[in-house]
Design a protein around this ligand. Structure first.
Ligand SMILES: Nc1ncnc2c1ncn2[C@@H]1O[C@H](COP(=O)(O)OP(=O)(O)OP(=O)(O)O)[C@@H](O)[C@H]1O
Ligand SMILES: O=C(O)[C@H](O)COP(=O)(O)O
Length: 400
């Protein structure tokens, strides 16, 4: 694979479109609840500005219809604080106003364009050739001289701003992309046995990762937590009660139960599910063992229990490599933070080579002030897919 980096780029005076992933947890007021991903891109944006580039930042925030879907003005304001270069914001992405904002840039200046996902085609998946003809790519390519993709965390999405520009402009990997590919692209060289701890709420991505890890043999064991564990518990025939079943349905994940059941049939001896969980009862955390199921109809499973943490940490003690993605529970609520805090602390303390991925996962690590992981990736689903040997769409598009 021949991917050019910023070492190969001459950018002085050029207008450079830089796709970053600054998709971040938001607080109740819509501001940034965590800015780790913005910090991650400071190196690339600073290098380009210092080398005289005129920098147009492309990024997404959240998903259409989602709670964290919003404008990038807070991100632009924070980047203006983090960078020495002046950072402006334009509430347009590829319109005449956006093109004018790019053309008005002087060398060393930065403008953050509006959330790419405000535009319908951006949330669709295309092959690179078709993506190159979308209104977003076509609209911006005319005012850009080069494209840099630093958005490793979104690199598994074959969406226009991630795969469409290399067909139109000289394209390079940013420093985050370069570093993540160096570390995560070599999972088959990490110590064995490898344990994948798969949690969080992005169930389809995680089931895909579990399937790849088990089928390829890259993963020796998959330990499930979070909503992923709830789906596998349902697949194993456990009655999680009405509230958790409704949640899985509302998220559109009911079909994932069949995929999980298939994996249990084929690899059941290499998949772990919780032996106890936590629900809210009378306003407090209440732990239920599997033999006490089902929870009451209004009691959603919100965390893994202490026995599960103990069992998982004990198994990880013999791993050569641990890959961790996704919180174990609704860690944002202190009532349900124990599973994530205690399991993550166990991974950090283990002797294994530990690779952690995921925006919310990294946010939890910071919240609990945990150190001792060998690599904390900016990517969630992207990191996991690369770690199971899957090629990432945006990386393939950069390979010119
Ligand atoms: N049992 C549960 N029920 C509901 N939500 C849960 C549960 N366990 C974890 N979550 C939620 O999962 C979310 C994080 O899942 P996600 O898969 O997005 O993590 P991530 O991979 O680290 O983040 P990202 O993919 O955005 O980089 C958290 O907001 C957390 O509240
Ligand atoms: O946070 C992430 O995992 C990336 O920004 C990708 O977001 P998406 O899952 O909404 O495409």
């Amino acid at each position: 694979m021949a991917i050019r980096t910023l070492d190969d780029a001459a950018v002085d005076g050029d207008a450079v479109g830089v796709r970053v992933d600054i998709n971040s947890p938001l607080d109740e007021s819509g501001g940034l609840a965590d800015d780790a991903r913005l910090h991650a891109h400071v190196e690339t944006l600073t290098e380009l500005a210092n080398r005289g580039a005129r920098v147009a930042v492309l990024a997404h925030q959240g998903r259409p219809g989602g709670d964290e879907f919003g404008r990038l003005e807070p991100h632009a304001e924070r980047l203006d604080e983090l960078l020495d270069a002046p950072v402006d914001y334009c509430d347009a992405t590829f319109s005449a106003e956006a093109r004018a904002a790019v053309e008005a840039l002087d060398p060393g200046e930065v403008v953050v364009l509006e959330n790419t996902r405000f535009y319908s085609e951006e949330y669709m998946e295309f092959d690179p050739e078709r993506a190159a003809e979308t209104f977003l790519v076509d609209g911006l390519a005319s005012v850009l001289d080069a494209y840099v993709n630093d958005a490793f965390a979104a690199a598994h999405r074959s969406q226009p701003s991630l795969v469409g520009f290399p067909a139109r402009l000289p394209a390079y990997a940013g420093r985050v992309m370069e570093q993540e590919l160096d570390v995560l692209g070599g999972i088959d060289e990490t110590p064995e046995p490898r344990a994948y701890v798969v949690g969080g709420a992005k169930v389809p991505d995680s089931v895909t990762v579990a399937q790849h890890a088990l089928e390829s043999g890259l993963g020796d064991v998959v330990l499930t937590t979070g909503v992923v564990a709830n789906v596998f518990l349902l697949a194993a025939g456990h009655d999680l009660g009405e509230a958790s079943a409704d949640f899985v349905r509302q998220q559109g994940y009911w079909e994932e139960i069949d995929r999980a059941a298939d994996l249990l049939d084929r690899y059941g001896d290499r998949i772990r599910v919780p032996t106890d969980v936590a629900v809210e009862r009378d306003g407090h955390r209440h732990v239920l063992a599997l033999d006490e199921f089902p929870p009451a109809s209004d009691e959603a499973v919100m965390d893994i229990g202490p026995d599960t943490v103990e069992t998982y940490v004990a198994e990880l003690a013999s791993a050569g490599t641990v890959v961790l993605n996704g919180p174990a529970g609704v860690f944002e609520d202190e009532t349900f933070a124990d599973g994530t805090r205690d399991l993550f602390a166990g991974v950090a303390a283990a002797d294994a080579y530990s690779i952690v991925g995921g925006g919310d996962t990294a946010s939890a690590i910071r919240r609990f002030d945990l150190t001792g992981f060998d690599h904390v990736s900016t990517g969630g689903g992207a990191a996991l897919r690369l770690l199971t040997g899957e090629e990432l769409a945006a990386v393939r598009a950069l390979d010119q």
